[in-house]
Design a protein around this ligand. Structure first.
Ligand SMILES: Nc1ncnc2c1ncn2[C@@H]1O[C@H](COP(=O)(O)OP(=O)(O)OP(=O)(O)O)[C@@H](O)[C@H]1O
Ligand SMILES: [Mg+2]
Length: 143
């Protein structure tokens, strides 16, 4: 009988927290059976989302949620939710196209992360905050 993995809710407020979240993501992905290449990609996405929290919202949370609904192996995966109550993103479409940055960055954190995941959704309200929800499935049909 496999041990049920529980969600991890990680506070993000410093570069140290970014590194810690990245490590938890790596461990969880490997424990779920992802290859080390995919686990590294998942960890990279967590790191990019956490880094954005520190840079643009100062504080927030990353929640790592193992998905294993029912008996369907194809539904197994890991969900990443990055939440903050920062300034919000005024131009989500532009940001997802890549190359847009307000911090002299590459502007590739979010667009690159989207490419690495199976689903990637940004909900943002100006002045209220941002929630990014991303999922990677263990047995995706194509990737
Ligand atoms: N959590 C957030 N709250 C508010 N604005 C954000 C948030 N995350 C991203 N942004 C905005 O979206 C832009 C693009 O983010 P993205 O991560 O793609 O690139 P970047 O952080 O500028 O550079 P890098 O390539 O180093 O990640 C940011 O410059 C910032 O303006
Ligand atoms: Mg970024």
């Amino acid at each position: 009988m496999m041990q049920e993995m529980s969600p991890l809710r990680l506070p993000i407020r410093s570069q140290t927290d970014v590194v810690i979240a990245r490590g938890h993501g790596m461990d969880m992905a490997l424990a779920m059976g992802f290859s080390s290449i995919i686990a590294t990609q998942i960890a990279t996405v967590i790191s990019e989302l956490a880094r954005n929290i520190v840079l643009y919202a100062q504080v927030g949370t990353i929640t790592l949620m193992p998905l294993s609904p029912g008996a369907l192996a194809s539904n197994k995966g890991v969900q990443i939710v990055a939440q903050d109550n920062g300034p919000g993103i005024p131009n989500v479409k532009q940001v997802l196209n890549g190359g847009y940055s307000t911090s002299n960055g590459m502007g590739l954190g979010l667009s690159g992360s989207k490419k690495l995941m199976d689903s990637f959704k940004i909900e943002s309200m100006l002045g209220l905050g941002t929630t990014v929800t991303a999922v990677k499935y263990l047995y995706a049909v194509c990737n």
